[in-house]
Design a protein around this ligand. Structure first.
Ligand code: 7RM
Length: 663
C-alpha cells in the first residue's frame, strides 16, 4: 500500500480505498497528568469491554439505571432493522430527570444556567427556579388544550424561556419542534405544517449584533400559512411593537402568572416522541428527525458526562445555539440530566468586543468550552492578543463539533485558549445520531490534532468502500455504524420510506452517515466531510477537508473552502476559496505559493487549479460552510436553496471577486 506517503509522489488509487488518504499529522497529545488523575474514565479497558455485546449491554444498562423511572424497563433494547427501541416498557418523564430529581436530592439552589444577554443583562437560574417556571408553563400549555402526543413549535432567541419551553413540553408529553430563531417565516411555516403543530412558543424579538430580530412578525407571517396552530405564546424580550391576534396570541408572562409552580409530569413510554428537529437536505424538503425519550436521555447524559468529564463544580459552556441539535443534546438535555451548571449566551461571541466570549468565560470561571471549528478559526483571525486581558485559567477541557477541525485550528485552540493544559475533544456526531459517537475520552485518549480519535464505548463504526467492504487501516472510505445506540433517530416524521432510503439502503443493515472517513495505521478516525463534497480529480477521490487543512496550515490563510469544479481534462478540478489573515494581500504570487504549498503538503494530485481570495464564506447558522453554494458559484450556475444561509450578502461579496485560472 502506498497511500501512506505524505504526497511526495503521486499515489495510484489504492485498492478498496474510495477516498484518498493524503494528509499526515504526526503530533500527539497524551492526557495531561493533572487532568487524567481525576477524570471519570481512567481505564482504557472500557473500550474493549463495551465492544462485546455483553459489555455493551452492561454499559447501557448501568447508564439507564442512573435515570429515574416511573416504571422500570424490562429488556434493554430490541433491534428490528432499521428500528431500534430502548429500555423496553420503561416509563419516565424527561423534565423530572432534568429538574425534580436534582431538587429532590437537595440541589435546588444549584445554578442550572448563568444567562448572559448580548445587551448585558444577566440572570442566574437555579434548578428550583427552572423547575417552577417549567411547571407554570406546563400548566399554561395544558390550559390552552395542549395534550400528550401533540406537537409544539418553538421559535425563540437564546433566552432562558427557550429551555423552559422545551422542558414544559416534555413535562406534558407534547413533542417540541425547535426552529432556529434565524430562520425565515417560510422555513418556520414549512416545519410547522409538516408536523401539524398545535401551538407555537415564540418571542417578540431577539438580539443579534446589536439589532433586534423581528421574531413575532416572522411567526405571524408563518401562522397565516399554517392553520394547525391554534395558540401562540409570546415572551416579551425586546419590548418592540408587535401585531396581536386576539384569542390566538398570549403573552407568556400573563399566561404563567397565576399558574401553580407544580405540575404533574406525564408518564411517558421510553419510546414516546420527545422532539422533532428538522435538518435541511440539500434540495429536498427538510427531514423531521424523530428523537424519543428514554434512550435519547440516557445517551446524551452518558456521553455528556464521560466526554466532558463532568464534575459537580464544573461550569460548562456549550456555545452553540439551542436551535440545532448540539444545543438540544448538550445545552439542555445532557447537562440538565447531569445536574450541571451551564452558561447560556444570547448573542454573537465577538460582539460588541472581539473578546466578548472570553470575558464571559472569565466572569463565570468556565471550566469547559464546547464550540465549532468555524468559531475557532474566527478567533484565530483576531489573534490571541484579542483576549490577552481575559483570565482563562479556569478552563480544563475544550470541545469541538460541527465540522472537521483542521489540525492548525486544533493546535491553536489547544495552545492559546487551553493554555496547553486542556484536552481537546473533537466530537463527531449528527442530528440523526442524537449523541456524540466518535470522540476522545479525555482522561485516556492520546489526541491527534484533526482526528475525532475513536468510537465512544459500545459504538461499532467502520469505514467501507463503495461495495461495503471494510477499508483496511490507512485508507479512506465511507463511515458506517453497525449497531443501534440509545439516542439514535427513530425515523423521519411522516416518511418511513425516506428514512429507509437515506440511511439504510446503501449498505443494508448498516447506518450510512454520509460522511467520508479514513483511519490511520493506529486506527484513529479522521472525518473527511460530507460525501457529496468529495472531489474526483483524474479518478482520485479527494476530500475537501484535507485540501482545506493544507491551505489553513499556511501562515497567510485564515480560512479556506474547497470545491470541485467541472474540468474538461481531469473531470473535476480543485477550486479554492481563501480568506487571508489580516496583514496579507491577495496577489498572483501568493496564489501560486498556496498552490505549491498544498502540493507539497499533501501531494501533486491535490494541487489546486484555482485560488479565489474572498472576504467571507457562505455558512449555515450553525457555521457549516455551504460548499453546494460555492460549487454553484464556481460553475457560474444560479444558486439552489438558500433558506439556511446565515448571511445572503456573502454570496454577492464572493461573486464580486475575481479568480484567475492557473496552469
Ligand atoms: C452535531 C452536528 C452533522 C454533520 C456530520 C459531519 C459534520 C459534525 C464533526 C463533523 C467532522 C466532527 N450535527 N460534523 N461534527 N465532521 N468532525 N467533529 O453537527 O446534523 O448539524 O451535522 O456535521 O459532516 O455528518 S449536524
Amino acid at each position: 500500500m502506498t497511500t501512506q506517503n505524505a504526497g511526495k509522489a503521486e499515489p495510484a488509487p489504492a485498492e478498496g480505498a474510495t477516498i484518498e488518504n493524503l494528509l499526515r499529522e504526526e503530533r500527539t497529545f497524551p492526557p495531561p497528568a493533572g487532568f487524567a488523575s481525576r477524570a471519570l474514565i481512567t481505564d482504557p479497558a472500557i473500550l474493549e469491554q463495551a465492544s462485546t455485546e455483553e459489555g455493551f449491554r452492561a454499559f447501557w444498562d448501568a447508564e439507564g439505571k442512573r435515570l429515574e423511572w416511573m416504571e422500570p424497563y424490562g429488556e434493554l433494547y430490541t433491534w428490528d432493522l432499521p428500528y431500534a427501541k430502548w429500555f423496553i416498557g420503561g416509563k419516565l418523564n424527561v423534565s423530572v430527570n432534568c429538574l425534580d430529581r436534582h431538587v429532590d436530592a437537595g440541589h435546588g439552589d444549584r445554578v442550572a444556567y448563568h444567562w448572559e444577554a448580548e445587551p448585558g443583562e444577566t440572570r442566574a437560574i437555579t434548578y428550583r427556579e427552572l423547575l417552577e417556571e417549567t411547571c407554570r408553563l406546563a400548566n399554561a400549555l395544558r390550559s390552552l388544550g395542549v395534550r400528550k402526543g401533540d406537537r409544539v413549535a418553538i421559535y425563540m432567541p437564546m433566552i432562558p424561556e427557550l429551555p423552559v419551553a422545551m422542558l414544559a413540553c416534555a413535562r406534558i408529553g407534547a413533542a417540541h419542534s425547535v426552529v432556529f430563531g434565524g430562520f425565515s417565516s417560510e422555513a418556520l411555516a414549512g416545519r410547522i405544517d409538516d408536523a401539524q403543530c398545535v401551538a407555537l412558543i415564540t418571542a417578540d424579538g431577539g438580539y443579534r449584533k446589536g439589532a433586534a430580530v423581528n421574531l413575532k412578525a416572522n411567526a405571524d407571517e408563518a401562522l397565516r400559512r399554517s392553520p394547525s396552530v391554534k395558540h401562540s405564546v409570546v415572551v416579551r424580550r425586546t419590548g418592540q411593537e408587535v401585531e396581536w391576534s386576539e384569542g390566538r396570541d398570549h403573552w407568556y408572562h400573563e399566561l404563567i402568572a397565576d399558574q401553580p409552580a407544580t405540575a404533574a409530569p406525564e408518564p411517558m413510554d421510553s419510546e414516546d416522541l420527545l422532539y422533532l428537529l428538522y435538518t435541511s437536505g440539500t434540495t429536498a424538503k427538510p427531514k423531521g428527525i424523530m428523537h424519543t425519550t428514554g434512550g435519547y436521555l440516557a445517551g446524551v447524559a452518558a456521553t455528556h458526562r464521560y466526554i466532558f468529564d463532568i464534575h459537580d463544580e464544573d461550569v460548562y459552556w456549550c456555545m452553540a445555539d439551542i436551535g440545532w441539535v448540539t444545543g438540544h443534546s448538550y445545552i439542555v438535555y445532557g447537562p440538565l440530566a447531569n445536574g450541571t451548571t451551564g452558561i447560556i449566551y444570547e448573542g454573537a461571541i465577538d460582539y460588541p468586543d472581539k473578546d466578548r466570549w472570553a470575558q464571559i468565560a472569565a466572569k463565570y470561571h468556565a471550566t469547559i468550552l464546547y464550540t465549532a471549528p468555524t468559531a475557532i478559526r474566527a478567533l484565530m483571525k483576531y489573534g490571541a492578543d484579542a483576549f490577552a486581558r481575559d483570565d482563562l485559567s479556569s478552563l480544563r477541557l475544550l470541545g469541538s463539533v460541527g465540522e472537521p477541525i483542521n489540525p492548525e485550528a486544533w493546535a491553536w485552540y489547544w495552545k492559546y485558549i487551553g493554555g496547553e493544559r486542556c484536552p481537546v475533544v473533537d466530537t463527531w456526531w449528527q442530528t440523526e445520531t442524537g449523541m456524540i459517537m466518535i470522540t476522545p475520552l479525555p482522561g485516556i485518549t492520546t489526541l491527534k490534532p484533526g482526528s475525532a480519535t475513536f468510537p465512544f464505548p459500545g459504538v461499532k463504526a467502520d469505514v467501507v468502500d463503495e461495495s461495503g467492504t471494510p477499508v483496511p487501516l490507512g485508507g479512506g472510505g465511507y463511515l458506517v455504524l453497525e449497531r443501534p445506540w440509545p439516542a439514535m433517530l427513530r425515523g423521519i416524521y411522516g416518511d418511513p420510506e425516506r428514512y429507509q432510503e437515506t440511511y439504510w439502503s446503501r449498505y443494508p443493515g448498516r447506518y450510512f452517515a454520509g460522511d467520508g472517513c479514513k483511519r490511520d495505521d493506529e486506527g484513529y478516525y479522521w472525518l473527511l466531510g460530507r460525501v457529496d463534497d468529495v472531489m474526483n480529480v483524474s479518478g482520485h477521490r479527494i476530500s475537501t477537508t484535507e485540501v482545506e487543512s493544507a491551505l489553513v496550515s499556511h501562515p497567510a490563510v485564515a480560512e479556506a473552502a474547497v470545491v470541485g469544479r467541472t474540468d474538461p481534462v481531469t473531470g473535476q478540478a480543485i477550486f479554492c476559496y481563501v480568506i487571508l489573515r489580516s496583514g496579507n494581500e491577495p496577489s498572483d504570487a501568493l496564489s501560486a505559493e498556496l498552490r505549491e504549498h498544498v502540493a507539497g503538503a499533501i501531494g501533486k494530485l491535490a494541487r489546486p487549479k484555482q485560488i479565489m481570495f474572498t472576504p467571507d464564506l457562505p455558512k449555515t447558522r450553525s457555521g457549516k460552510i455551504m460548499r453546494r453554494l460555492l460549487r454553484d458559484i464556481a460553475e457560474q450556475r444560479s444558486l439552489g436553496d438558500v433558506t439556511t444561509l446565515a448571511d445572503e450578502s456573502v454570496v454577492e461579496a464572493i461573486r464580486g471577486q475575481s479568480g484567475k485560472d492557473e496552469d
